[in-house]
Design a binder for this molecule. Structure first.
Ligand code: GMT
Length: 381
């Protein structure tokens, strides 16, 4: 197949999932055309089967805000014709599904261009559900030729908010060989000079991720007599608040903020427990990546997280903001190496047996084939 993929290139899990999906499809013999405003950060290697088409935008004094949605639609239609695309797959409904539908309509009746939209999370729960975007999000979803969601929770949330139910659940995935625990002694010594146990948090530090809670948890864990350290991986608007809170709580010497990192597996490989105290999380890709690296997860019991983390088996769940429970669980896990390692082994087994690329990528391929066949039968949609 010749597949067009659009993602947000620099920010967030949907871009990672879309980019990794493209690479996996190329490895299976398909040709993937990324259409985006910039080269997605995860796309380090382009080639015959992985191509990139940059959306060009004309600036004009009248445009206070450049109409990216239209420029994207134009590029999508152009690439569909020149590269003979079989399908467009957009990640994150807003505005990508709208651009894709415009592209599809602009090509009629010369060409059929089925559109698949994958819903990732805040495109439904925050942005899409906001009054200003709700009707257009519903339109984008309803007009897509196929819709997938990354968890059963997100499918349900979409049904409730948009009264739309024709959704296939295809979860986030990991490549089991890329995501595994590796010996990284030097990094471990750097982050934990006295051999202290390590908590880790990985996110884009937006308010929805509640990174400040991680610092609160560290302080409480230390109050319970466990000399742990915390590694904060990533960057975003809440980083300053988290650093400030660490100073207020007097734990700044025990926290390392390492910013954005290209090799997350290195940090997971040296860590003992992942903290994911999010306000909302449709799936929790960071949790899955940690599980695959044998790192038990302490997370909020929200959204799709309970589908990914088995409470008591591969991690521990608590209500959002329940810092006492989260810090109690963290202190217990960090002090008991035997049960933590056992939990880590179960975590990897669970991640690999449910979410490895070998299981999930064929679900996308199968879905594409069904959507393409249906569009051929009913080219009028
Ligand atoms: O974080 C977001 O809201 C946006 C989105 C993204 O593009 O990063 O993240 C969501 O998509 C990820 C990949 O499918 C999921 O693993 C995250 O749980 C989800 N984030 C939220 O729901 C907050």
């Amino acid at each position: 197949m010749n597949i067009g993929i659009t993602v947000y290139p620099t920010y967030g899990g949907s871009g990672i999932v879309g980019s990794e999906l493209g690479k996996e499809l190329a490895e299976r013999g398909h040709t993937v055309h990324f259409i985006s405003s910039a080269l997605p950060t995860r796309l380090t290697q382009l080639g015959e089967r992985v191509r990139f088409h940059e959306v060009e935008m004309m600036s004009y004094p009248l445009f206070e805000h450049q109409p990216y949605t239209l420029a994207l639609a134009t590029k999508m239609a152009d690439v569909a014709e020149t590269e003979n695309l079989d399908l467009l797959h957009v990640h994150y409904a807003i505005p990508h599904s709208i651009s894709a539908i415009l592209a599809r309509e602009s090509l009629k009746p010369r060409r059929t261009l089925p559109v698949v939209t994958t819903l990732h999370g805040t495109d439904i729960t925050l942005v899409g559900a906001d009054r200003s975007y709700l009707p257009i999000t519903r339109y984008g979803i309803a007009q897509s030729d196929g819709v997938t969601a990354v968890s059963h929770y997100l499918k349900q949330a979409t049904a409730e908010t948009f009264q739309f139910e024709h959704i296939a659940v295809i979860p986030n995935f990991i490549c089991a060989t890329d995501y595994s625990r590796q010996p990284r002694e030097e990094l471990r010594r750097e982050l934990s000079p006295a051999g202290e146990p390590l908590l880790v948090h990985v996110s884009n530090f937006r308010p929805v991720k509640r990174p400040v809670d991680c610092v609160e948890i560290l302080a409480r864990v230390r109050e319970q007599g466990v000399g742990a350290r915390l590694v904060m991986v990533g960057d975003g608007s809440e980083r300053g608040r988290a650093e400030h809170r660490a100073r207020c709580l007097g734990v700044e010497r025990h926290c390392t903020f390492v910013g954005k990192q290209p090799r997350i597996t290195d940090y997971l490989s040296v860590s003992d427990v992942l903290l994911l105290p999010s306000e909302q999380e449709s799936f929790g890709l960071a949790a899955l990546e940690a599980l695959a690296c044998e790192v038990p997860v302490i997370a909020s019991r929200v959204g799709g997280i309970p589908e990914v983390v088995d409470d008591g088996l591969t991690g521990c769940l608590a209500e959002v903001g329940d810092l006492e429970k989260m810090s109690g669980d963290a202190a217990r896990l960090l002090s008991d190496e035997t049960s933590r390692r056992e939990m880590g082994r179960r975590a990897r087994a669970s991640a690999v047996s449910r979410y490895s690329t070998d299981l999930v990528i064929p679900q996308y391929i199968d879905f594409y084939e069904r959507v393409i066949a249906a569009a051929k039968e009913d080219p009028g949609k």
